[in-house]
Design a protein around this ligand. Structure first.
Ligand code: 2P0
Length: 339
């Protein structure tokens, strides 16, 4: 009688950052963003959803611990799923009255700037959409859980259109290219720290919108041009352009954080040491070989073509001798991703 669905969803790491909302409740951004969805084999969320007439109430477990179902974002996602199911008439009306149990886990640190909420909500919404047999685009439902989650609904290279409508109907993610378009593209995640961030992304971006003088300049003068240029670089597989824009946008995002009042600092000395290492490496080559980007945390995501991976791994181990590939332990662990 009950309906059980298990799904996995990968992490995505933005190359043009989402930072700042025009509507807090509907999670509508002030600018378009662009991301790369990583391989789900290494970093992903896994969610099981069960809808049953035998359950007395909605319940959720995150990484093995029971959490409150009163979370507004969670409620908004479930409400939207059910109202779409009613409109699409995808399940019987009685099914909509049954309670749901959700069990979700990440195989990487939560809230350490590794896009855990993106993978988590993308997975949750995809599993619910499958359970309720939703046929329409689910990126806008994932967005109600966490903005960046809408991008993890798709693989490959993804653009989240900010949209202009007040109801958010045009604020959706679309795939720019699938992962087989650029099979040489790889990512290395350098886990500098796995503790929870001091200020959440939601609070941080609100503070930036309210207090940073640079913020409006970024949204109006920089991001629109960068989005068009990086989409073109992806389509034409222009790594040099892709890398340059990625690094500049990461740096500008962290400059906005520092320009917020009081300032927000997500990067650490090790993060800056990584930036220095990458620029030195690029400078000894005729063309840019590797790009870094940092989200709301100290961990680096490096984008590079596959042929560079062995060279960069040995460089990292030379500069950070305690680093260890493939494990989250002390030092500077490395996750190697083939996109
Ligand atoms: C991004 N980040 O584009 C940027 C870069 C962090 C830095 O999306 O409030 O966790 O849930 O919509 O999605 C983090 O923001 O924030 C984020 P909410 P979310 O990936």
């Amino acid at each position: 009688m009950s309906n059980i669905i298990t799904m996995i969803a990968p992490v995505n790491i933005a190359v043009i950052k989402y930072w700042g909302k025009r509507n807090e409740e509907l999670i509508l951004p002030l600018n378009d963003s662009v991301s790369v969805t990583l391989n789900a084999n290494v970093m992903c969320a896994k969610t099981t959803v069960c809808v049953s007439p035998n359950f007395l109430e909605d319940e959720i477990w995150l990484n093995g611990a029971k959490e409150s179902f009163t979370n507004q974002r969670l409620q908004n996602c479930l409400k939207e799923i059910k109202s779409r199911a009613a409109v699409e008439r995808s399940v019987d009306d009685i099914f909509l009255t049954w309670k749901v149990h959700i069990c979700s886990e990440n195989n990487f640190p939560t809230a350490a700037g590794l896009a855990s909420s993106a993978a988590g909500y993308a997975c949750l919404v995809s599993a619910l959409a499958k359970a309720y047999k939703i046929k329409s685009d689910v990126s806008s439902i994932a967005r109600l859980g966490s903005g960046s989650a809408c991008r993890s609904v798709y693989g490959g290279f993804v653009r989240w259109h900010a949209g202009v409508e007040s109801d958010g109907s045009d604020s959706i993610a679309v795939q720019i290219a699938n992962k087989s378009h650029w099979p040489e593209m790889s990512a290395l995640i350098l886990v500098v720290g796995d503790t929870q961030k001091k200020i959440s992304s939601s609070k941080g971006m609100k503070l930036s919108v309210e207090t940073s003088d640079l913020f409006q300049f970024r949204v109006q003068n920089c991001v629109p041009k960068r989005v068009e240029e990086i989409c073109k670089a992806i389509t034409t597989k222009d790594f040099v352009k892709f890398a340059e824009i990625t690094m500049k946008d990461s740096n500008q995002f962290h400059a906005i954080c520092l320009d917020s009042y009081p300032p927000i600092t997500y990067m650490t000395d090790t993060s800056y040491k990584i930036i220095e290492m990458i620029h030195k490496y690029n400078n000894i080559h005729p063309k840019i070989k590797i790009a870094y980007t940092f989200d709301a945390g100290p961990n680096a995501c490096l984008y590079l073509l596959e042929e560079e991976v062995p060279k960069i791994l040995s460089l990292i181990q030379h500069i950070f001798p305690t680093s260890t590939p493939d494990k989250f332990i002390t030092g500077l662990p490395i996750q190697h991703e083939k996109i």
